[in-house]
Design a protein around this ligand. Structure first.
Ligand code: CO
Length: 210
């Protein structure tokens, strides 16, 4: 068996040498710390590499990825990343970026047993049920999938706004939450225009008296 993992190490050597050639201080500057303006919440899908598709460099974006770019309020990993990005790094923008053709979304629309992953996909099924009238009025299955991708992103933007972390930040400063969708057809990101930047954007029942 060819040891395919070795090409990652070879690739890293090549990348490191190129960076040093462009800027001899590149790595020295990274040791000084990070000051990213953005928190990216994206899908784990290998075809949606956050820095690559946004043409951003090391140090510019704090990144969290999971299956179908979900914001689950009991997910300690997501909450820790969110807390650190908002309260310590003071990011100005949180971007939930989903993508068309998302396997997580497609799987959640089916009844197939996906073993342990059922627990995660369950959250997407809840989004489906919430918008069932709109979704089932779309007869073309591909179009229905695409719409659920968009509705799911919108829902995750709201889920961020429902956290104390975000609401606390809104009391003190500007923080925008954006919902974006990426397409493999042309490599472009579309802004879904579902931006939230103040507590009045959120349904009253989810607002905390802070
Ligand atoms: Co995906």
């Amino acid at each position: 068996m060819e040891e395919s993992y070795k090409r990652l190490l070879t690739g890293n050597k090549k990348w490191s040498a190129e960076k040093l050639k462009q800027d001899p201080d590149f790595f020295r500057n990274l040791t000084l710390g990070q000051n990213p303006e953005y928190l990216w919440i994206g899908c784990s899908d290998s075809r949606v590499p956050a820095n690559e598709i946004t043409d951003t460099k090391s140090g510019q974006m704090f990144v969290h990825r999971n299956i179908a770019n979900m914001v689950v309020h009991t997910d300690m990993n997501l909450l820790s990343v969110l807390y650190y990005a908002v309260d310590v790094l003071h990011v100005k923008h949180i971007i939930v970026c989903g993508h068309y053709g998302c396997s997580g979304i497609i799987a959640a629309m089916e009844n197939k047993d996906n073993g342990f992953v059922n627990n995660w996909l369950r959250n997407i099924k809840e989004v489906y049920e919430k918008h069932i009238t709109e979704l089932e009025a779309i007869s073309d299955i591909k179009s229905r999938e695409n719409r659920l991708v968009e509705l799911n992103i919108h829902e995750q933007v709201h889920n961020l706004a429902k956290t104390r972390i975000v609401q606390q930040a809104w009391k003190k400063r500007q923080l925008q939450i954006h919902g974006w969708v990426y397409g493999f057809n042309n490599g472009l990101i579309t802004d879904l225009n579902v931006m939230m930047d103040e507590i009045s954007d959120l349904e009253p029942i989810f607002r905390y008296d802070l």
